[in-house]
Every structure is written in structure tokens, then in C-alpha cells.
Design a protein around this ligand. Sequence first.
Ligand code: G6P
Length: 594
Amino acid sequence: MCGIFGYFGPKKNATDMVVEGLKKLEYRGYDSWGIAYKTSNDIIIHKQVGKIGEAQITFGELEDAEEQIAIGHSRWATHGGVTQENAHPHFSEDKDVVLAHNGIFENYVELKEELLKKGHTFTSETDSEVLVHLIEDEMKTSNFLEATKKALSYVEGRYATLIICKSENMIIASRRGSPLIIGTTKDNKEFFIASDIPAFLKYTNQVNYLDDNELVAIDNTGARFINLISGEEIKKRNVEIQWVEESAEKGDFKYFMLKEIMEQKETLYRALNQEKDLIEKVADAIKNAFGTYIIGCGTAGKVCMAAEYMFSTIAKKHVNTAFGSEFPNYHHFLTDRSLVIAVSQSGETADTLEALEIAKSKGAKIISIVNVETSTMARMSDIVLPIKAGPEKAVASTKATTSQLAILMLLAYAVADKLADGKSLLIDATAQINDMINPRYEEHIRKIAEVIKDTESMYIIGRASNYPIALECAIKLQEVSYIHAEGFAGGELKHGPIALISKGTPCIALIANDDTKKSMLSNAKEVQARGGLIIGIAPERDPVFDYWIRVPDVGNASPIVNIIPVQILAYHLALLRSNNPDMPRNLAKSVTVK
Ligand code: G6P
């Protein structure tokens, strides 16, 4: 997590550009922020607690030098509380070197002990600060670049770093495991280094991806890429990004979350518009694999669980699912005939990446279903199925979720040799979603949110593929409304959780028009008999519902339509409870730490 942004080039407003870039990266972490910039003989650091998006600060123009250098960081705390001291960037003790870091140096305790023995004093509780002290030590005998390379060889863990130094006009960026992309203008005179592309898309769409164990040194001669293991210089190919900058903006919407919920009418069509050959190639890989594992984290993890049901129902095929963080525990079963499918919006989630690294080391084939087609996950995969949802900025995933579900469902149909049937079902479901999401529908859900907004707890139940969707609904509600929400399999409620139901406890029942319907309605009645307030999400009204939210009857595609009203409900609960739905407390969009 954490967003980092650096600028090297002729623009005098470099500092304001860094602030602007950090605002676009704020979704990656937003508890504090800081910026460092070079003057002719000094480096100035400004840092503060709070969201950069709410900061009213301009730094003004920098000096009349040929190139300007500034770096910044928006933090999601891992090591050390949310304080100004722990905010990045960090100075070395002699105030010569400055660092911004995304990731975790896992061996920082040992490194810090050694540095303390040597007499270093630290100003923060972060793991990050050790690196800048190590560079300072190495600079006693080497220049800035060599010292940085040496210091990086001591740290373990995942990182993306930006480092500047008082005595040299250079930015050094390095990466192992955390994303870092270099944007370059066509004239090769200006460089933007950021955790994510939309942060600099306004200035250039020409990028270079830094890969693991690579470093780039940027000065007035250009960018030099170096492999940190071999020490050799490497040539990088510029890639042109097709995204238009506006697609990462809010437009007329107050929050990204609502914009992204509403976009599902179009994003689902885009997800379905996959090349037939590509879908069939992946379906063949699933058919031929000796064990398929579908893995993801958070919302993507729930999508994977839903896929297990879809493959069972549609393709009569068993696939294994696991959360990225748990998948390493299955490594005993992996062989070079295993297939691992990673599902991810960002393609940068550390837990999923680590799982893929383990799978790769066992020779397994890797396929990814990702939104960011240029992400680390995509680049380490044998086959990539792009979600095509466009930038998703709200922390709570919405449009990426439904697109992932749609693609996995297409795959299940393809494995059953019924791809055309699957596609026409999903196109029909999307058309019906188009009709469903309108202002009247949103207002109906907002009114239900008003009724339940003060509840302490709520529950969501579903069966079959709607069971993982109940779990995903709970995540949506927890993330943005901060209401204690839990999802259960409809049949499991009576085995314990029903004890939690008291008068007025809201319970959302996700109902599909299939052979689970009767049992689900019985489960809803059991909750109602204990005083629960039933919100039915179903194609048809039923007397057990205190409130009914209609969804189209779309057969196997029911999980895709059922999640959408809960996304809208969570959004309105967030607003009614005065929460910012785009930036929920304690969370970040892209979790690049383990
Ligand atoms: C974080 C986000 C979730 C997301 C999860 C996995 O926890 O807050 O919204 O589902 O990471 O992210 P990915 O980018 O791999 O889908």
C-alpha cells in the first residue's frame, strides 16, 4: 500500500505536481502524507497527518534551475502509528539523503539494531527509515548511486522506493514486489515515477515498468535502468497506455463508488467482449490441468468462491479456491500440471503475488483475470484475461467484481462447451441490469438505508453461488458503512448465528429463482420468527419480505445481479452515517504488503 510519486524535469511547479499526483494515489493509503523537494543546496521536507485530498497547501514555484526534483508519499501505516514523525519522506541522519518507501522491509529489526550499535539515532518507528541510514553509511565510501545499490542489497521484503540526495541532481527509484511505473514525455526530458499510472496520465501515456530487482537512476542525461542482481544496465521498451485520463475522474458524481456502481451497465459488456479464442484457450487449460486453483484476496477472494459453485453447476467440474494469503499452504499439491488462476482488480496484491510466485516455482501454469493489464500479476502470467473495467478508484470494489464474476461464468460455460449459451445469458443479464439501475431504483434502496442506518449489526444469507455473494455483501457493508455485517450460508444460520437475531435486526436474503429458493425463503422465515427485519433481494416479491428489492430473473447469472443492490445500499449507508465511501477508515485499495 501507500502511494509514491516523484517528478524530475523542467517544470517549476514540480511540488504542486507531486501533490496533485499524490491526490490521485490517495486510494492506496491516506492516513498521512509528505513531500520532499530540492533547492539549490538543500532538501526541504513537509509532512502532515491526514488526507492529502483535504490539505489546503501549495508550495509554489521552485528555483530557476534546469531541472526540478520532488518526491512524495501518501501513507497507509504498517510499522509505527499515524504520526507526523512516521509519515514519509524520511531524512538520513546527516539530512543528505531522503527516502519515500512503499512496502515492508522484513528484516528491519536486525538492520536497525546494527545501525543503533553503530551510533545511529532514528526519528520514526517505521521499518522504512533503516534504508536511508544504510545509504548514508555507504555514502562514506561510495557515490549516491553505488551506495543505494549496496544498501538495497541488505534489505529483505517488498519495496518500491524513491530516493533523492542533496549533493546530486538525481532520483533513484527501485522496486521489489511493490508497483512502480516510470512515465516519460516524448522528448525524454521529463520523468514521473508513481505507484500507479493514472497519477501522471495527464502528462504522458508513455511508460516503462520497473520489474522486480530493478533500479532506475534519473538525471539530466535521462533514465538508466539497472538490474540489481547482475548489476548490469538494461534496455527498457516504452509502452503506450491507451487509457484516457478522464476515465479516472469522478465526472458528475460526488464519489467514485457511485460512479463505478453505475458504470456496471457498460463494464459488464466490455468484460464479455473477450476474444473467443482466448476464452477457449483458458477453458482448455482448465480441462487439461491436473488441479485448477482459483485464488484472490478480499472481494476477489469471494469472487473465486462463487466461481467454485459456477464451475460445479455449469461445467460439472471441481475447481479449488483459496485466498491468496492461504494458498501457500497448498503448495504441497502443486506440480507442473497444476493451473493457478489469479483474480485481482489491481494485479498488485502482495498475498496473491506471493501465491503466484510459489506456484511458478513449482512449474504451475499461471493465468490471471485482472483489471490492470500492465500489472505485475499480468506480466507474470502465461495468459491474461483482461477485465476491461477501466480504472477503479473507490476502495470498495464494485465494477471489477461483477466483471470478474462474468468472466469466470463465461469460462465455466466454455469448459462445458457452451460458450455461446453463456455469452447470450450474460448479455441478457447485462441488458436487464441496464434497465434496473436507474434513479428510482437507487432512491428505493436509499429509503431502506434510512430505515436501517442505526443498526449495530446486520446479516446477509444466500445459498449456492449466492453464499459467497452474501460474504461479499458483508464486506461491502463493513468497508463503507462500518456496520457489523456478516454473511452466512442460508442453512448455517440455525446452527449458531440465529442466536444473534433480535427484534429489528436487518437480514438480507439473496434469492435466486432456482432450486435453492424454497429453502432460502424458509431460512428468511426462521429469521423473521425471531424478530428479524427481512430485506429480500429477489426476482419476485414474497410475503416474508419486509422490504423487497427487485432484481431480474437471470438464472445462473443471479450472483451478478444480486450484488448490485447491496453495493448501492452500502454506499447510501455510508453517506447516511457521514462516512466517505471512497476512502473508508483503516483500508486501502491496493494492498501491497503481506
Ligand atoms: C483490498 C481492497 C479490496 C480488494 C482486495 C483485493 O483489500 O480493499 O477491495 O478486493 O484488496 O484486491 P485486488 O486488487 O487483488 O482485487
